[in-house]
Design a protein around this ligand. Structure first.
Ligand code: HEM
Length: 158
């Protein structure tokens, strides 16, 4: 089924973009750059394009990366929501992914406004990891279903 193959491709793109974002998030943390942009959602209170110097490169890069991940997630989830429910758990997966993404962005903002409260940062890391695992799982499952039933498990009406 062409729609399932499209969903699988988008799920892999979302996984790859999220993996890159996790690395930039880890680099932000390891270099103590978490408050290089001390305000949320804009940098230094009102800047959409701050000067990319020092820790701002990683911290602002992480936020812009989150924006890119949001775009591919919406595309992938939209493709999942269009698949027939009988072909697999794509719709449930898409809704869970959208909820996790909204939660993760809110936690990112809370991490800044709470001045990196440890509990918030730990939950942000956990939800980010769960989000990545979810997309890799959906991508692998979509590949397996596509191979097992090239029609995606959807029988034409008789
Ligand atoms: C899909 C979206 C996102 C994912 C998957 C994600 C993931 C991560 C991960 C894995 C870390 C590293 C934690 C560690 O290594 O222990 C991190 C750090 C961080 N993230 Fe995000 N993040 C996302 C969105 C955001 C957003 C929108 C913000 C908003 C400001 C944000 C702010 C931060 C900050 C400030 C840190 C560094 C924390 C510190 O220095 O202690 N994140 N993120």
């Amino acid at each position: 089924m062409r729609e399932l193959a499209r969903f699988r491709r988008l799920a892999w793109w979302t996984s790859a973009a999220t993996f890159g974002l996790v690395l930039v998030g880890a680099a932000t943390m390891a270099s103590d750059s978490g408050l290089a942009c001390h305000s949320w959602p804009l940098c230094h209170t009102h800047q959409l394009w701050p000067s990319l110097v020092g820790g701002v490169v990683l911290e602002w890069g992480h936020r812009m990366g989150a924006l890119a991940v949001t775009v591919v997630t919406v595309l992938a989830a939209g493709a999942g929501l269009r698949l027939p429910p009988s072909s697999g758990p794509w719709r449930r997966g898409a809704w869970v992914a959208l909820i996790l993404l909204a939660l993760q962005v809110a936690l990112g903002g809370l991490a800044i406004s709470s001045r990196l409260a440890p509990l918030v940062v730990v939950v942000h890391e956990g939800v980010g990891t769960a989000f990545l695992c979810l997309w890799v799982g959906l991508a692998v499952l979509a590949g397996e279903r596509g191979r097992a039933a090239p029609d995606g498990g959807v029988r034409p009406p008789v």
